[in-house]
Design a protein. Structure first.
Length: 267
């Protein structure tokens, strides 16, 4: 009876694992995900090392809530604000989704700054992780630009005049400033073309760049490993001391007398 149950359990396990085995044989993704989740990290890591994962979680929340909002938002000057009000007050759970996206943008930026501050203070930007630091700086700049393009989308008075100030500041940059301001506005003034341009940049261009940079960032983290804190003996290059073997019990594991006693080194 027990043998039949064991055979039935093995068949169920084999049937459940068949899709994963099929995918692993043809792509190797399962092994890659397993290595990413169960790779070795320094034993002296702390909660400070979770800021990167928290930033990634905040980005995923922005991604999901942004897709939901895009289903009901209308990027036109006459309907943009009313569509946002409709999402907030009329749709079930709309206030929650919009609130998560609105305040989550600030959380995302704050976590990025905290993560980069931790990397700088821990010296994790040094050899051989210089390229990952550069990718992180690009991620910060791209995330700030994502917040700028999303600020105009409600198209109320605050969003309009804040965007006017931001575009004018960019227009003061040497050489490329005036051209950059014209490209962002879509003309001489902020209007319908500006809103549609900011919407397409906010929904398509910048998220695609963020996903690509995050993928490269994660690949470099897996390839180069996690940095120990600067106060760690491992980070300072101190080799761990070897522990003395435990003394054997004379009754259970007989051995020579004083086998577990350390002898003083001869001078």
């Amino acid at each position: 009876m027990a043998r039949k149950k064991s055979e039935r359990r093995d068949k169920l396990v084999g049937a459940a694992m068949y899709p994963l085995d099929w995918l692993e044989e043809r792509s190797g993704l399962v092994g890659g995900v397993r290595y990413f989740l169960f790779r070795k990290v320094p034993g002296d890591t702390s909660w400070w090392h979770t800021l990167g994962s928290a930033t990634l979680t905040a980005f995923l929340v922005q991604l999901v809530t942004g897709v939901i909002l895009a289903m009901y938002y209308k990027p036109s000057p006459s309907e943009a604000h009313s569509s946002v009000e409709h999402i907030t007050h009329d749709l079930w759970g709309g206030w929650l989704v919009r609130g998560m996206h609105k305040w989550g943008a600030s959380v995302f930026i704050i976590l990025m700054f905290m993560h980069m501050g931790r990397v700088f203070l821990f010296g994790a930007y040094k050899y051989p992780r210089e390229l990952n630091w550069i990718v992180g700086v690009l991620l910060l700049a791209t995330g700030l630009f994502e917040g700028l393009t999303g600020y105009l989308l409600p198209f109320d008075q605050t969003a309009y005049w804040a965007t006017v100030v931001a575009v004018n500041i960019n227009g003061t940059a040497p050489f490329v400033g005036p051209y950059l301001a014209t490209v962002l506005r879509g003309g001489a003034e902020i209007g319908p073309d500006t809103l549609s341009r900011f919407y397409s940049i906010h929904m398509l261009l910048v998220p695609g760049a963020l996903i690509g940079l995050i993928g490269l960032h994660l690949y470099l983290i897996v390839r180069l490993g996690v940095t120990s804190p600067p106060w760690s003996k491992e980070a300072a290059g101190v080799e761990p001391e070897e522990e003395a073997p435990p003394a054997r019990s004379g009754l259970v594991q007989p051995g020579p007398r004083a086998a577990g006693v350390r002898r003083r080194p001869t001078e």
